[in-house]
Design a protein around this ligand. Structure first.
Ligand SMILES: C[C@](O)(CO)[C@H](O)COP(=O)(O)OP(=O)(O)OC[C@H]1O[C@@H](n2ccc(N)nc2=O)[C@H](O)[C@@H]1O
Ligand SMILES: Nc1ncnc2c1ncn2[C@@H]1O[C@H](COP(=O)(O)OP(=O)(O)OP(=O)(O)O)[C@@H](O)[C@H]1O
Length: 285
């Protein structure tokens, strides 16, 4: 059987409101997820010995903790029959600890790809439920449609924000999601908003509640936000470190990108409402 080469896109949180904290410590959120036409690539090759083999480790992440390995093992355990195993190669472009959901996206791509390669026929609902145990952001990547997220991000309602272009900047720091959600000064009492069927695109109505804490703890993020804000509203995605500005065209985003001070890294990509992973899987059918 041949290999399956699949995209593993980034997501942005176009806004992120924190409504409260649950007894288990997790935070109740309202967020708007949109995918980017930019990300990692994962190649899955079936084996015959039942093993899950990661072809190349990610520096700093033990293979047993790598979300692609954990996703593959979880799916193998859920299948109530022997599976052929797989070799998995991850071509990583997304920064880790960036708020772009790279690890969660890698897990989702692995779940959907192996579901197909191993002929398991699990539904997206079943895979989203399996994925939630791996990370709060996995279900939206499994479902593959831009969405309002509620709860810890697992209650999803399809959304249709404009497919604008984004300039994404990665300030020179890595931020742990756990660290930000543990911060005393984090805003945790934003009133819930009514989920609108269409996103009006009025950025001033929405914000990222992690931003004040992240600006205070990471001056690199503060400085990058100040730079990008000269050209329009600039916002943090997830718990950072990446920030983004929205532009109506690719060329508008690229003009700003070309004027960036030296030392700033990032990329320009289009926001898309159907995940590139799902587009590719549809093409392969
Ligand atoms: C910030 C977001 O990226 C927004 O999309 C996600 O909510 C984070 O999702 P994630 O990276 O998949 O996070 P997880 O791996 O599930 O959680 C990492 C840690 O962040 C904290 N955490 C996470 C999500 C949440 N709603 N409340 C939390 O308090 C928990 O301490 C958890 O142990
Ligand atoms: N395949 C993987 N790719 C990236 N990170 C992984 C992977 N497997 C495990 N991890 C671990 O998960 C952590 C979070 O990675 P991820 O790229 O999802 O961060 P993030 O972009 O901040 O995500 P989020 O927006 O969900 O908070 C990493 O710091 C790393 O230790």
């Amino acid at each position: 059987m041949t290999s399956l080469k699949l995209p593993s896109p980034a997501k942005l949180n176009l806004f992120l409101h924190i409504l409260g904290r649950r007894p288990d410590g997790y935070h109740e959120l309202q967020t708007l997820f949109q995918f980017l036409d930019y990300g990692d690539t994962i190649t899955l090759t079936p084996r015959t010995d039942g093993q899950i083999v990661l072809e190349q480790s990610i520096p700093g992440v033990p293979d047993d903790e790598n979300l692609v390995v954990r996703a593959a093992r979880q799916l193998a355990a859920a299948a109530n029959r022997e599976v052929p195993g797989a070799s998995i190669a991850v071509d990583k472009r997304l920064p880790m600890g960036g708020g772009l959901g790279g690890g969660s996206s890698n897990a989702a791509t692995t779940l959907l790809g192996l579901n197909q390669l191993w002929g398991l026929n699990y539904s997206l609902d079943e895979l989203a439920e399996l994925g939630l145990a791996l990370g709060a952001d996995v279900p939206v990547f499994v479902r593959g449609h831009s969405a309002w997220g509620e709860g810890v991000g697992e209650r999803l309602t399809d959304a249709h924000p404009p497919e604008d272009w984004f300039l994404v900047i990665k300030p020179p720091c890595d931020i742990s999601t756990r660290e930000i959600f543990s911060e005393q000064g984090l805003t945790r009492d934003t009133p819930g908003i009514k989920i609108a069927p269409a996103f009006e695109g009025d950025a001033s109505r929405y914000r990222n509640d992690c931003e004040d804490v992240v600006r205070r703890l990471y001056p690199e993020v503060h400085q990058s936000l100040e730079w990008l804000a000269q050209f329009g509203p600039a916002r943090l995605t997830g718990t950072g470190a990446c920030i983004f500005g929205r532009f109506p065209t690719e060329s508008a985003a690229r003009i700003i990108w070309e004027s960036k001070p030296s030392g700033i890294t990032g990329f320009v990509a289009q926001g898309v409402n159907i995940s590139p992973l799902h587009k590719k899987l549809t093409e392969l059918k």
